[in-house]
Write a protein of this length. Structure first.
Length: 255
């Protein structure tokens, strides 16, 4: 774990709510595993004392760049969205655990909703590098909310759902036929908790391995503040240090 100042070299608005920032490190990056996150310090804003936890979207080790996909939801992310190129951004990284990578021959579904699609991109890159088979199922409210589908399509097949049917399969992501009947033995999921609970239930009914990445509030990122605790079969533990990735069989809401 390192605390380091990065230079913001790109800040791209994708939709009304989502933007991507590229952070350039001063030296060689620490190894970042799919599912891990960073804690971003929001400077020069008296309303944002606490750091913001952000999943790592992508990593370019050759050029020492960490890429973050962020949803603007409040004063903290709003302040980050307004940063100009050249700004200094202090982060703590890498934090948390990571997704488990399957063995040779495994077939995976990567299921995401909202900003939960972010950590699945780095996971997909890892799966592709290991020549493992996978598909995305990504859910959005409307076609206007779809995020960088071209980038995801460069890695693997992308199946889209929209609530209103304006793009792809009409309905919720948990209603996509591939999730219920597709040929896979592993499911990875990140998104709103009700969605993850439904995906976990489907995985359990199909007797499939399933990991979810929780989006609990994390003020510190390393187990001090205790605001991100979750009930598990191992007791009440910190999401930031023991997670954010959990096997569904560990979570009390899956029992």
């Amino acid at each position: 774990m390192r605390v380091e100042d990065f230079e913001l070299i790109s800040n791209r608005r994708l939709t009304r709510d989502y933007f991507v920032i590229d952070l350039l490190g001063k030296g060689r990056l620490e190894k970042i595993l799919p599912g891990q996150f960073v804690q971003v310090r929001v400077d020069n804003n008296r309303d944002t004392f606490l750091r913001r936890p952000i999943s790592v979207y992508d990593v370019d080790y050759e050029n020492n760049i960490i890429r973050l996909l962020i949803k603007e939801v409040g004063k903290g992310t709003g302040a980050i969205a307004k940063l100009n190129t050249g700004s200094s951004v202090n982060i703590i990284y890498p934090l948390g655990n990571s997704f488990s990578i399957g063995d040779k021959g495994s077939k995976s579904l990567l299921v995401g909703g909202g900003v939960g699609v972010a950590p699945l991109f780095l996971l997909a890159r890892s799966l592709k590098n290991k020549l493992l088979d996978f598909k995305f199922i990504l859910g959005y409210q409307t076609a206007e909310h779809i995020i960088e589908i071209e980038k995801y399509s460069e890695l693997g097949q992308v199946l889209i759902t929209t609530d209103d049917g304006s793009y792809g399969h009409k309905g919720l992501v948990v209603e996509h036929p591939e999730l219920h009947e597709g040929d896979c033995d592993r499911i990875y999921c990140c998104g709103p908790e009700p969605m993850m609970k439904s995906v976990a239930s489907i995985a359990k009914s199909r007797n499939l391995f399933c990991e979810v990445s929780l989006e609990n509030t994390m003020a510190c990122g390393f187990g001090v503040c205790l605001c991100c605790v979750v009930e598990t079969t191992r007791g009440v533990i910190n999401t930031c240090t023991e997670g954010p990735v959990f096997n569904i069989n560990e979570l009390k809401w899956q029992i």
